[in-house]
Design a protein around this ligand. Structure first.
Ligand code: ZN
Ligand code: ZN
Length: 59
């Protein structure tokens, strides 16, 4: 009559998905057009060439 107690009974394991913390900062214009934004401020190259207002939306 020996109740076996498992020392490793309940280990709280949190499987957190590995999310890369790297967020490519693209302005709204480049995002909408799927352009490669260089992310320069206040206006990126794409917006600067076209004369569009470069808007960055913070996440
Ligand atoms: Zn851009
Ligand atoms: Zn832009």
């Amino acid at each position: 009559m020996s109740s076996q107690q498992n020392p490793h009974s309940h280990q709280a394991q949190f499987d957190s998905p590995r999310v890369p913390r790297r967020t490519p900062m693209a302005c709204q214009f480049c995002r909408g057009r799927k352009l490669k934004c260089d992310g320069s401020r206040p206006s990126c190259a794409n917006c600067n060439r076209r004369g569009y207002p470069c808007l960055y939306t913070p996440v």
